[in-house]
Design a protein. Structure first.
Length: 465
């Protein structure tokens, strides 16, 4: 066998970081994300070269040492770790008197009203976390026991009636779906017949089903079965407007928590399908447990009502009579459209990715990749046909809204996404684990995450004084 020297192969060099003037928060997050992605790329390239020329791992590492690659890689890794460990100070910086006071250990003042509201939110999050944990440990926990936990939590944390009602609604919905899953699973013990009952057709290949607290997770071993379910789901969701996205979803997705597609009405928003044969399956091999956590989090979130902030703007546009009135409402209407599509979708994905252990920097890369470049969350492109149809029905031409739509869905969305992921990182730095972060943020609108975490820090800092 011909011997090759990996030392002769071009290996990507990592440029040393240069001292620079203080950067804006956005630039600092961009730099950090780029460093992480570059590290991953270099590591992957080195591993591929070693495998390609059948060079033992030890030799690759030795060559890396000689060329100084290992040292550079380690140096950048350490630097990123330092930035991550001080994410708040590094990203926020000190840009004014208020920030100087906070950095010096003097928390911003909180009004009594805001203090009480934060306290209530913390209490509700604690109860949610306790309920989530109890269900995870014992999915068969009776509804009465969960209600008792809520009652005890309401007394302990003094949450208002409205939040108690929301948690009561969550328990009721969970109990209904859990019961439906148990009953259908008991009725159909054969996985193929269960698949047929749920989707209305017998699978062409082998399927395996896994039961969750309120889900049935199908592992499809024939891609045609996975694709057929997804296409039917998208047709029910939006007809032919989503045909292009359906193709991309079939090709690139590895698993999907279905929303409204089920031949058994009681099982809507309990079904998950996974493709174990396609491109995504090869990429995420042996990660079924992580995938299951991710998709089950999507289903869990749907048990909570999303607090949309801009419904009024949408209602006004729909009631507007004159063209002048409609055109004046284009911007607020687009922001309302973004809230129910991009913001809602990004929030859902962030919480699900948290449950499977992904970092905020990795999430940003996933959520900003364009549809034509392998992305699945390019919300403007996904909803473009629906938007065009909507504005056409209102008599508004594309040139009136499209440039602004791109600005709101691309430029502004990226900034708000960084801010929201920064808030997640701050909670991680505060010692919160994934389950606790989900319990805190699941009822908060995405665009309010940053302010919520800021208020939370001020509240805790005030208590510590």
């Amino acid at each position: 066998m011909e011997q090759h020297s990996i030392e002769k192969q071009p290996l990507k060099e990592i440029s040393p970081r240069k001292e620079a003037e203080p950067k804006s928060p956005e630039e600092m997050i961009e730099d950090l994300t780029a460093e992480v992605e570059e590290m991953e790329e270099v590591s992957e390239t080195t591993e591929k070269l070693g495998k390609r020329f059948d060079i033992p791992k030890e030799e690759v590492e030795e060559i890396g040492e000689k060329r100084g690659f290992t040292k550079k890689f380690s140096s950048i890794k350490n630097e990123i770790s330092k930035v991550a460990s001080a994410a708040i100070d590094k990203i926020k910086g000190v840009f004014g008197k208020k920030e100087v006071a906070e950095k010096a250990g003097a928390p911003a003042e909180i009004s009594p009203e805001k203090k009480e509201k934060i306290k209530e939110k913390i209490g509700a999050a604690e109860i949610r976390a306790e309920l989530f944990e109890a269900i995870s440990k014992n999915p068969d926990l009776p509804r009465e026991d969960l209600m008792k936990m809520l009652e005890q939590g309401q007394t302990k944390y003094q949450i208002p009636e409205k939040q108690a009602e929301e948690l009561m609604s969550f328990i009721e919905k969970y109990a209904e779906k859990h019961k439906a899953v148990k009953e259908v699973r008991k009725q159909f013990t054969d996985d193929k017949l269960l698949f047929n009952a749920c989707f209305g057709f017998l699978p062409k290949g082998k399927v395996e089903s896994l039961e969750g607290p309120m889900s049935i997770f199908f592992r499809c071993k024939n891609k045609k079965d996975y694709d057929e379910v997804l296409i039917k789901q998208m047709e029910m969701y939006g007809g032919t407007e989503y045909s292009k996205y359906s193709t991309t979803l079939c090709e690139l997705s590895g698993a999907v928590a279905l929303s409204n597609y089920s031949a058994i009405p009681e099982l809507k928003e309990t079904l998950i399908i996974e493709d174990v044969t396609g491109k995504a399956a090869m990429k995420f091999k042996f990660q079924t447990e992580k995938t299951k956590k991710h998709e089950e989090q999507h289903l869990l979130k749907r048990l909570f009502k999303e607090p949309f902030l801009r419904k009024e703007a949408s209602d006004k546009m729909n009631m507007a009579k004159s063209m002048e009135e409609k055109e004046a409402l284009i911007e607020p209407y687009l922001r309302a459209f973004k809230e129910v599509t991009a913001d809602w979708g990004a929030k859902d994905e962030i919480l699900a990715n948290l449950k499977e252990g992904k970092s905020p920097s990795k999430m940003y890369s996933i959520l900003t990749k364009k549809l034509g470049e392998g992305g699945l969350y390019d919300y403007l492109e996904i909803r473009k046909n629906a938007m065009e149809k909507d504005f056409a029905q209102k008599g508004i031409s594309k040139e009136k809204y499209w440039p602004l739509a791109k600005k709101i869905f691309h430029d502004e969305y990226k900034v708000s996404l960084k801010e929201s992921l920064g808030a997640v990182e701050e909670l991680r730095q505060m010692g919160k684990n994934a389950d606790e972060i989900v319990a805190m943020l699941i009822t908060e609108p995405l665009e309010q995450w940053q302010n919520f975490v800021k208020d939370l820090k001020n509240y805790y800092n005030k208590k510590a004084i």
